[in-house]
Design a protein around this ligand. Structure first.
Ligand code: GDP
Ligand code: MG
Length: 374
């Protein structure tokens, strides 16, 4: 084996880095989390845990999650810059999620672009007071359930839409639970305020029972009354998003190579595999060798939410790419590699593992079926 950092060794041993640092200290070695340990130090620590060091200890390069783990990937604090928030809109059916997304887009797409523009991909970005906000157009629940089931968290802020004439409904509660489980800050948009039967007080009362207490009542949840239909309250809502985003101090390093998550993907007759990606860190470039889930390739072409061809995409930007050998799945991670050879090796190794896993899955399912028939 070569050298390992304290963090890498901790991960290998399934221990907290602080525990390793403490042990090293007892052995008379002062170490920090990113410090590289030599062979002797690694052996000492491993012996202490009763683990024998036999072969090369290496990080599993085919595990894409590794690249998202900042105890392994060294974070360059100096290169961090503010990044736009990624917002998901959730709520009960017919409470106005789609209308709100449409309304935000209409309000914020610059005059010259409005009208002829049809949204191209399942996500978009708007600019408010010189700051960008990314909105995911996937049905909020799907975004949380499929993505989270795959361990991907892509949302920074959840907007929960509640119709003022209807109040809290089952999917409202579900949405709150998803956002809470993901530890994502919630902003409540009380929609359909234009309706004569609107009763925002009742909505606030009901949400309080679910732990969302308005600031006016001594809580810390932001409530914004809106009418998606009339475009009222949209600016206030956007300002609140920026406020919550600032509190969260969202940062990324635009200088590193890109990592992120698949929002949606499909096979296009003419263009082959087409994937909408959210860049979560780094900058994605046309030509980059990339592994996306079990697929791999080179970014052949890249378009933004308006369908315009672009060459680079920075943190929090949703884009659509072509150039993959197969169609990935929503929630899959993507990682850019320095060279195409590594990308291909990692991609091939991942799809082999996937084939094996699906074979054993099939066998398992067959057994289950047997039991079902009994
Ligand atoms: P979704 O199922 O949550 O995406 O809800 P939609 O956006 O499709 O809206 C459901 C219905 O409510 C549609 O008929 C909308 O026109 C209507 N709607 C949405 N927002 C408003 C609003 O602010 N005021 C009124 N009066 N109707 C609205
Ligand atoms: Mg809808």
């Amino acid at each position: 084996y070569e050298s390992l950092s304290v963090a890498e060794l901790a991960k290998k041993l399934h221990r907290e880095p602080s525990e390793i640092i403490k042990k090293l200290f007892m052995l008379g070695v002062m170490a920090t989390i990113n410090q590289e340990l030599d062979k002797d130090a690694i052996e000492l620590i491993c012996a202490d845990y009763g683990v024998e060091v036999e072969e090369e200890i290496r990080i599993d390069k085919t595990d894409l999650d590794t690249y998202f783990d900042d105890t392994i990937v060294e974070v360059d604090e100096n290169a961090l810059e503010e990044r736009p928030p990624v917002v998901t809109i959730m709520g009960h059916v017919d409470h106005g999620k789609t209308s709100l997304l449409d309304s935000i887009r209409k309000t914020k797409v610059t005059a010259g672009e409005a009208g002829g523009i049809t949204q191209h991909i399942g996500a978009y970005q708007v600019e408010v007071n010189g700051k960008k906000i990314s909105f995911l157009d996937t049905p909020g629940h799907a975004a949380f359930t499929t993505m989270r089931a795959r361990g991907a968290s892509i949302t920074d802020i959840a907007i929960i839409v509640v119709a003022a004439d209807d109040g809290v409904m089952p999917q409202t509660v579900e949405a709150i639970n998803h956002a809470k489980a993901a530890e994502v800050p919630i902003i409540v948009a009380i929609n359909k305020m234009d309706k004569p039967s609107a009763n925002p007080d009742r909505v606030q009362q009901e949400l309080t029972e679910h732990g969302l207490v308005p600031e006016a009542w001594g809580g810390d949840t932001i409530f914004v009354p809106i009418s998606a239909l009339k475009g009222e309250g949209i600016d206030q809502l956007l300002e609140m998003i920026l406020l919550v985003s600032e509190v969260g101090e969202l940062k990324a390093n635009p200088t590193r190579s890109a990592i992120g998550t698949v929002i949606e993907a499909q096979l296009d007759k003419g263009r082959g595999a087409v994937a909408t990606l959210l860049v979560q860190d780094g900058t994605l470039r046309v030509g980059d060798p990339i592994v996306v889930g079990h697929a791999y390739g080179r970014v052949r072409a890249m378009v933004n939410d308006l369908g315009r061809r672009i060459k680079t995409a920075g943190p929090s930007m949703p884009i659509e790419i072509t150039g993959l050998n197969e169609v990935p799945q929503a929630g899959d991670r993507f990682v850019v590699f320095q060279d195409e050879k590594t990308a291909r090796q990692v991609g091939e190794s991942r799809s082999m593992t996937a084939i094996q896993a699906s074979r054993s899955e099939k066998q398992r399912v067959t057994l289950d079926n047997l039991f079902e028939q009994m």
